[in-house]
Design a protein around this ligand. Structure first.
Ligand code: SAH
Length: 356
């Protein structure tokens, strides 16, 4: 067991089994050993590659999407543009370059990057230092009474999930325990009240799993409430599902491969597929309107990524091959085009945004 594993085991010895969500929070964010807190995980040399790291076109399209929403709603003053979990800052750097072409945007809109990791915050600050934009960092999403534009790429999948398993006795929460000196999963002895399980899952067979992300749901509700009352638009892109089954999706990835979830906490990325149905319900509960989820490939095609690629190829002919490959990687159904989906949140009466 590594040092963070030892500390988690000591915590369990002191307070009893911890939830899968608490384990995930410690493994990702512990100040000394947490995955995001201590490293830059992106890119070929890292553990995984995300869309903005594949091509500048991704951030440019998302930036212009925000610019369009702002113009469509009458260029409101005191708008905030918030990015959740900006990684290396690449998406924001590309978005800001594109947003320079939207008159007034960068003068009127406050930029806020929500980042938990001090290591990644430093990387983002360095990446964005020449952007010419005034940027503020925050460790959490803050509710404010003003219009909100929000981008989140591969952020909601990093929020902690709780898992409940259907047994002959009823639903029991899956916990993390220490067994034979190692971290292990075990079911809580007490039964979870049936009222805590949505009706759509009640018919699960024995062994079926109900996975839920309470932090994601309450965050989505806060975002939607703000947009419904003050205007703006949010765009979430993530891998996820719209038809919840009875399976679990929590996974660990290290060096571009799957790894065991509990081994060496903090050494691999932990994430879970996003439940778009649950997030959509939370958004409607917050009073907003949702569009999608739509496959990322269709969404980017709808925004005109093909046209943007042709323009870039005309001005940089030697990059034709790499640009064509990047478009395929982001949009082809057998690459990222289908697995990743885009969902937009808008005020109740807004017309469909670009790409939906
Ligand atoms: N959007 C980036 C990075 C995705 S990885 C990209 O597409 O490349 C997830 C990002 O969210 C990282 O920056 C991570 O540090 C941050 N993060 C994860 N959980 C967080 C939380 N609870 N609060 C704030 N930031 C978080």
């Amino acid at each position: 067991m590594n040092a963070l594993g030892e500390r988690i085991a000591a915590l369990i010895a002191a307070q009893g089994p911890i939830s899968v969500a608490q384990f995930m929070t410690l493994a990702l964010h512990d100040a000394q050993g947490g995955y995001y807190a201590t490293r830059d995980p992106f890119g070929r040399g890292g553990d995984f590659i995300t869309a903005p790291e594949i091509s500048q076109m991704f951030g440019e399209m998302l930036g212009l999407w925000c610019g369009q929403a702002w113009v469509d709603q009458g260029c409101p003053k005191n708008t905030r543009l918030v990015e959740l979990g900006p990684g290396r800052g690449t998406l924001m750097a590309d978005a800001l370059r594109a947003l320079k072409r939207v008159p007034g945007f960068l003068d009127e809109v406050e930029l806020v990057l929500v980042e938990a990791s001090p290591t990644l915050r430093d990387i983002q600050r360095e990446r964005l230092k020449d952007s010419g934009a005034r940027i503020r960092w925050s460790a959490h999403f803050e509710v404010q009474e003003s219009p909100l534009l929000l981008l989140a790429n591969e952020f909601f999948d990093a929020l902690p999930v709780r898992q409940y398993v259907k047994t002959a006795r009823g639903w029991c929460e899956r916990m993390v325990v220490v067994k034979d000196g190692e971290l292990d999963f075990a079911l809580a002895p007490q039964i979870t009240p049936a009222a805590a399980i949505p009706a759509s899952r009640a018919g699960a067979p024995d062994g079926g799993v109900y996975e839920t992300a309470p932090a994601a749901i309450s965050l989505m509700e806060e975002i939607s409430r703000t947009i419904a009352s003050h205007g703006g638009a949010a765009l979430l892109i993530d891998y996820g599902y719209a038809d919840a089954g009875f399976g679990e999706t929590l996974q660990a990835v290290r060096d571009h491969r799957f790894a065991p979830v509990l081994a060496d906490p903090g050494a691999s990325d932990l994430s879970a597929h996003v439940d778009f149905t649950a997030l959509g319900e939370a958004a409607r509960h917050g009073g907003a309107q949702i569009f999608g989820p739509r496959p990322q490939g269709e969404f980017l095609d709808g925004l005109g990524i093909g046209v943007r690629a042709r323009r870039l190829i005309q001005s940089h002919p030697p990059e034709a091959e790499s640009l064509t490959k990047a478009v395929a990687r982001l949009t082809a159904p057998d690459q990222m085009g289908n697995l990743f989906r885009a969902m937009a949140v808008l005020p109740p009466s807004a017309p469909p945004p670009p790409g939906f």
